[in-house]
Design a protein around this ligand. Structure first.
Ligand code: SF4
Length: 274
């Protein structure tokens, strides 16, 4: 059995090459856009050409950068953007919870357009309940999955009123108990509203963490742990926003803008574009 070692993020070209070689079936993995994630044991690929070829593809993590390299990279990001902020518009912890919950599979720009009118009339859980499901739905109908999201906003508002006195709890367990609020949303709220150094790993942070090796990981949980373990404490609070903004505007998925990247000389990614 052939054994091939890949390092994340594994891209579509690599997989296309495997398929062209007759290894057409991919098990134990799932696609996220053009990337895949894999179980801890790696990916098993097999089949093809009727010859019962089999190959084991292991996803081996590279070593994270050294302490000194981490300091150098985050100092550079901090210099370029000393006070990184979320691009979602909000006025208090409650509107942040709602905005982040609405942002799943939607752009921040699209969410901001919808919440501008919504938050003008309902910026507390009580006001949201008073607005009602139809009112909420009307405000957010330009956002994907708006019907389910409107129901979640109503349900989480009711829980906040009935169980938390109308306040947003500053605990991950309590937050993830709200409808439509997963670990990623909870971490954004803990980080941005309560200034707790929680790391919410999305597709941008997953990609940047692996390319730069500040936080290598085969899935979002591993990248979250890698940030907590390896990024120096002084940068933890802002790491989430530095990495997400870097991924959104510079280290983009299909073609990273390496020529204008402030950490070009510090980045170990082998497929830099310039
Ligand atoms: S040099 Fe290129 S690959 Fe490395 S972080 Fe910058 S944009 Fe991303």
């Amino acid at each position: 059995m052939a054994v091939t070692i890949l390092q994340p993020p594994v891209n579509a070209d690599t997989l296309a090459q495997f398929r062209a070689e007759g290894k057409s079936r991919l098990r134990g993995s799932r696609w996220i856009g053009r990337k895949i994630t894999a179980g801890r044991g790696g990916l098993a690929m097999g089949g093809g050409d009727g010859q019962k070829q089999r190959a084991m593809v292991q996803i081996r993590l590279p070593q994270p950068l050294s302490f000194a390299q981490q300091v150098a990279i985050f100092s550079r990001l901090a210099e370029a953007n000393p006070t990184p902020q979320t691009e979602l518009e909000f006025t208090n912890p409650f509107t942040l919870v709602v905005a982040v919950a609405l942002s799943a599979q939607a752009t921040d720009v699209g969410v901001n357009k919808a919440t501008k009118g919504l938050f003008a009339v309902a910026d507390t859980p009580r006001k949201m309940l008073d607005l009602g499901l139809e009112g909420v739905t009307e405000h957010i109908r330009t956002i994907g999955l708006y019907r389910q999201k409107a129901k979640n906003v109503m349900a989480l508002s009711r829980i906040l009123v009935e169980d938390y006195g109308g306040e947003v709890p500053d605990s991950r367990a309590a937050l993830t108990g709200l409808p439509g609020v997963g670990r990623k949303t909870a971490n954004v709220v803990l980080n941005t509203a309560f200034h707790f150094p929680a790391q919410a790993v999305d597709t941008h942070i997953f990609r940047v963490g692996n390319r730069t090796r500040v936080a290598p990981g085969r899935d979002v949980d591993e990248v979250e742990r890698a940030i907590e373990d390896n990024v120096p404490a002084r940068f933890q609070q802002n790491a989430h926003h530095w990495l997400i903004l870097h991924g959104r505007y510079i280290c983009q998925a299909r073609r990273p803008r390496c020529a204008v990247c402030p950490i070009y000389d510090l980045c170990p990614y082998e497929e830099k574009t310039a």
